[in-house]
Ligand binder design. Structure first.
Ligand SMILES: C[S@@+](CC[C@H](N)C(=O)[O-])C[C@H]1O[C@@H](n2cnc3c(N)ncnc32)[C@H](O)[C@@H]1O
Length: 262
């Protein structure tokens, strides 16, 4: 009888199902925290995830203190909900690269709530300027508040609300940028390769300019890595790490040093 077969079949698949559940448990956890909890909280709070994060930071951090703002974000993202900020582990690698490099002109692609923006701004030498590009107006509104809450004025951090492929060609003509010492890429992964090539064509990358790109292994940016490898324009390496605020999902952050002749 057919109804006798199905429990037997189900039982046969149980070990496979269990193995898959165990093997991919970190991805299931991520799906739960990043998607299911988010949908549920959106419904019950009537606020966006970014607004919820902002409320938490506002009530748990000290205005004018970037460290306490980053700490509040880290607690919210690891214990309450999930937002793909660069996070503390990869953040420390970024801090070190910035301190070693002391860049005066920095470009960030993808600000989201402004976590990495604050992280970068706090590591910059006096007189440096950070241009951060964010195309989503709602995210940018939160990022702007976070950046100013941390105490950075618009002489230090300028947030530009537009897609990167529209802003990069105007950085020289409209924003007066001559050169870029440091670029941090953390926007949509499919934009990494075309935006890097656009930066190469802009003439703003100089010998020694550093480009750091997050999440090159997860979700992954294979076209970008292929270009980096094949173009011969960079000394480069990938810092191995795990995905922000999750254990067990392998990720990496690429560090590139431009070898061009400008
Ligand atoms: C992973 S989040 C950035 C996280 C942030 N860097 C941090 O660590 O705190 C990616 C952000 O990039 C923005 N974004 C994606 N593609 C973009 C593009 N082409 N130009 C500008 N912003 C973009 C998205 O709206 C999103 O807010």
């Amino acid at each position: 009888l057919p109804w006798m077969v199905s429990p037997a079949v189900a039982l046969a698949f149980l070990p496979l199902l269990l193995t898959l559940l165990i093997k991919y448990r970190f991805f299931f956890m991520l799906f739960y925290r990043a998607v299911l909890v988010r949908i549920w909280k959106d419904l019950v709070s009537g606020l966006s995830r970014e607004q919820r994060a902002y409320q938490y930071v506002l009530t748990h951090a000290i205005p004018g203190d970037p460290d306490s703002i980053l700490d509040a974000f880290d607690i919210w993202c690891s214990k309450i909900e999930f937002i793909s900020n660069i996070g503390p582990k990869k953040g420390k690698i970024l801090d070190r690269l910035l301190l070693e490099h002391s860049p005066l002109t920095v470009l960030e692609l993808g600000a989201h709530c402004g976590y990495s923006t604050v992280r970068i701004a706090r590591a910059l030498p006096l007189g440096a300027r950070l241009y951060s590009i964010e195309m989503d107006q709602n995210n940018a509104a939160i990022a702007e508040k976070i950046i100013r809450l941390a105490g950075f004025d618009d002489n230090t951090v300028e947030l530009i609300v537009n897609p990167s492929d529209e802003v990069i060609p105007k950085l020289h003509s409209e924003y007066g940028l001559e050169r870029l010492d440091f670029v941090f890429m953390d926007h949509w992964k499919k934009c990494y390769a075309p935006d890097l090539q656009m930066l190469e064509g802009s003439g703003m990358l100089c010998k020694g300019s550093m480009i750091v790109a997050d999440n090159v292994l997860f979700p992954g940016a294979p076209r970008f890595l292929r270009h980096v490898r094949k173009s011969g324009l960079y000394d480069w390496k990938v810092h191995r790490a795990t995905l922000e605020y999750s254990k067990g999902i392998r990720d990496g952050m690429a560090e590139l040093v431009y070898k061009g002749h400008n």
